[in-house]
Design a protein around this ligand. Structure first.
Ligand code: ADP
Ligand code: ZN
Ligand code: ZN
Length: 734
């Protein structure tokens, strides 16, 4: 007779590479994926069952028993467990942290699962329609709500969250009940098994869009790269794909880089599928996040829209994963479990037999390569629905036309013309602040942070100089501490550019978009609304301006200064700068009439600049791919970084040397170990950093060597305060 497994192997939220064995008490039965509370040290902690066994290496007398299981069913499915096990192995991260980190914080802390209440949907009544037409509904809020629900508008019935998003109002349940009392609205409770039909699209798909939707192969884990020029209607394609998959009874996971920066997209999805969307991102309160997660797990909401950690949401019968703006580095977690949600999405798709769509106008070289070599299917949208293409990029030679505070005469002329025609000018400058640095022209001294390898920056309305790395602030020095000469402000940031523009165009509305200007809640939405309402206006901003916004009035995009990014030594700086230019260019000429894109550069003849073509990204980055092939860099090689950090330079270096030695002795044929070398930012916040780069043309030698070396160095004694981090497929070498 087989022995029933009475041992559970349990993952705990501890930075240790092992599972913990516990005895399963009589009367309790456990399955992998289930949550448990177990004794640990003198207290107790939350864990997840990973495996069951009949025997343990722990002697029976020392084997402790599981305290309880808060739920009788597993929270994570076998496939999700498998995904996280794979992830922990691939990123060389402790399984317990990866697994527990996949749960909403409230569950990790031991809170119970919430009870779900069915969501109410709101519909306008004929009386409500009349009240709107007759002016009976007079309040601004009343009108906004009724208008959002008018027949023929977005949808027939919306849930409160979607209504709030659609109207931009904070809507309490009471307010909606009040309108119901007046007879304007009626509440309906949908049956989760019979969700309301999606509202239909306003558009007929173009032939290219239809071909992209057809390229999807439901029921397989096949990845598809959807490469479409900016404004080509990728979102519409996603929505139609989602529609199909939902109609087939399966769920959809929609990953986006950042919710806060692109509020329009999540609203659009919510409006299209009212009452079916669970939003998941770190900006939510713990309770909200838990309810959204649970609604997805129970199949009450069958579309999850979320940022990278939403990848691990349990969704019964997952049928499609969409990764929008797949090139965005926000998909890579930059500390702890350093996974890339885009790459793990591909793995989840395989495990769940669900197709994965990676969408972008500027795909990563990795994804492009996978598509051109046939590993991914490839669908292209080369024109916009109205047949137009992104405008050509014109260059302004800054050696001939010297910029004054960042602005050249040809750019100023083009701005005049654009504004005179009633269109908007977008100016991209990827640097915040007022003047970048305080420098002494006499002796070359530059104000630096005392704790980091970084220069202090100056912001308007802040009398202090600020370090962007650690937040250190100090009074602005007036004179050079070395030679006593007065200091000059050098360099250009968005705030200073804004002031210069105000002098050139004193009567034109001017809007600035950067992290400093949108710090307050609602500030970004307000700025985006204002841009949409204005005709002629100037918008200055950082890369934030290049994110997926759809503004019809942009006649000119000016790129102030990207030379530094284009010719940087960092592996991806060039690629990222090209992506930024193309994304920014994509904001121009969407409405009536074409648009212009002017790029100010001191290198107009450089092949990369001459090759700039926002209408054909793959052709434009072909030379970069060749360079990567020659250097055996991604996608033609694989990289990992091992970072070592400690409180003083000596200790850091000694340790980095040791780890490099472990790596060299564990390395087999095909793995190169480079370094240790001081990190590009050697000192940050009074800590020192060195790094070792691993490079290999095949994945296996890299992962095997790293696993062996890690095992060896874990046996070493680390001095207190020393930290080692492994970064697989790093997005930046800095
Ligand atoms: P992308 O996501 O590729 O940047 P969007 O999906 O935002 O593009 O579409 C850009 C604009 O084109 C939007 O205003 C959208 O409503 C419109 N659009 C999309 N598909 C069509 C279509 N088939 N016919 C007409 N307009 C469309
Ligand atoms: Zn000086
Ligand atoms: Zn600092």
């Amino acid at each position: 007779m087989p022995v029933a497994p009475r041992i559970a192997r349990i993952a705990l939220d501890r930075p240790l590479d092992r599972l913990f064995d516990y005895r399963i008490p009589e009367g309790l039965s456990l399955t992998p994926g289930q949550r448990v509370r177990v004794p640990f040290g003198r207290g107790s902690t939350v864990g997840l069952v990973v495996d069951l066994a009949t025997t343990s290496d722990v002697p029976p007398a020392r084997l402790r028993a599981v305290n309880e299981a808060p739920e009788s069913e597993p929270l994570l499915s076998p496939r999700l467990l498998e995904l996280l096990r794979f992830g922990a192995r691939y990123y060389h991260h402790p399984l317990g942290e990866a697994l527990l980190g996949a749960l909403p914080p409230a569950l990790r802390h031991g809170d119970p699962l919430p009870a779900l209440t069915p969501e109410t949907l709101w519909r306008i009544t004929p009386e409500g329609t009349r009240a709107l037409a007759d002016g009976l509904a007079r309040g601004r809020r009343q009108q906004a709500v009724l208008r959002a629900l008018e027949p023929g508008h977005a949808a027939t019935a919306l849930d409160r969250a979607t209504l709030a998003a659609a109207t931009g109002l904070q809507l309490a349940p009471r307010e909606l009940r009040d309108y119901e009392g007046r007879g304007w609205l009626e509440a309906i409770t949908p049956d989760p098994k019979q969700p309301p039909p999606p509202t239909t699209s306003d558009h007929d798909l173009t032939p290219d869009q239809r071909a992209a939707v057809e390229a999807l192969t439901p029921g397989t884990g096949a990845p598809l790269l959807l490469e479409g020029v900016t404004g080509s209607g990728k979102t519409e394609v996603y929505l139609q794909m989602a529609d199909r998959v939902l109609a087939g009874g399966r769920a959809v996971l929609f990953l986006i880089p950042e919710i806060a920066l692109t509020p329009q997209l999540s609203t659009r999805i919510q409006q299209r599928f009212p009452g079916q969307v669970a939003l998941l991102h770190s900006g939510l309160a713990e309770g909200e996040r838990l309810r959204a997660w649970e609604a997805a797990r129970q199949g009450q909401r069958r579309i999850v829209v979320g940022t990278r950690s939403a990848l691990f949401t349990p969704l019964p019968d997952l049928g499609l994963i969409i990764v929008d703006e797949e090139h965005d580095s926000a998909f890579k977690q930059q500390d702890g479990f350093r996974y890339n949600a885009r790459d793990l999405a591909i793995k989840r798709g395989q495990l769940e037999q669900a197709p994965v769509v990676l969408g972008s106008a500027t795909p990563t070289l990795e994804s492009l390569h996978a598509a051109t070599t046939g590993r991914y299917a490839h669908a292209r949208l080369t024109t916009r629905p109205d047949g137009s293409r992104p405008p050509a990029v014109e260059t302004v030679d800054t050696r001939v036309h010297l910029p004054d505070e960042g602005l050249t005469a040809p750019l100023l002329d083009a701005m005049q013309q654009t504004l005179a025609a009633g269109h908007q000018c977008f100016l991209l400058l990827n640097r915040r602040g007022f003047a970048r640095v305080l420098a002494c022209d006499a002796c070359g001294w530059v104000a630096e942070c005392p704790d980091c390898d970084a220069r202090l920056t100056i912001h308007a309305h802040n009398p202090r100089a600020v370090c962007h790395l650690c937040g250190h602030q100090e009074p602005r020095p007036q004179r050079c501490p070395e030679c006593g000469e007065p200091l000059a402000q050098r360099g250009l940031g968005t705030q200073r550019l804004e002031q210069a523009l105000a002098r050139h165009f004193p009567t034109t509305p001017l809007i600035r978009l950067d992290r400093d200007s949108i710090r307050h809640k609602g500030a970004l939405e307000a700025a985006l609304d204002r841009i949409r309402q204005l005709d002629a206006a100037i918008v200055v901003g950082t890369q934030m301006l290049a994110k997926g916004h759809d503004f019809p009035q942009v006649g000119l995009v000016g790129v102030i200064d990207v030379d530094q990014g284009l010719f940087s030594v960092d592996l991806r700086a060039t690629e990222n700068t090209l992506q930024l230019i193309v994304q920014a260019a994509g904001r121009a000429g969407r409405g009536s009439g074409g648009g212009r894109v002017l790029l100010q550069t001191g290198h107009p003849d450089h092949p990369l600049i001459r090759g700039l073509d926002a209408a054909d990204y793959p052709a434009m980055v072909a030379p970069l791919l060749e360079e990567r092939a020659a250097a055996e860099m991604p996608p033609h090689g694989h990289l990992a970084l091992v970072r070592v950090e400690a409180g003083d330079a000596e200790t850091t270096h000694r340790h980095a040397e040791r780890i490099a030695t472990h790596l060299r002795s564990a390395a087999t044929e095909g793995l190169r170990v480079l370094g240790p070398a001081p990190a590009p930012r050697h000192r940050v916040n009074r800590r020192f950093r060195e790094q070792i780069l691993l490079q290999s043309t095949r994945r296996n030698p890299l992962h095997e060597g790293l696993a062996r070396a890690r095992h060896a160095w874990q046996a070493d004694d680390l001095p207190r305060g020393t930290r080692i981090a492994i970064d697989i497929d790093p997005v930046s070498l800095a």
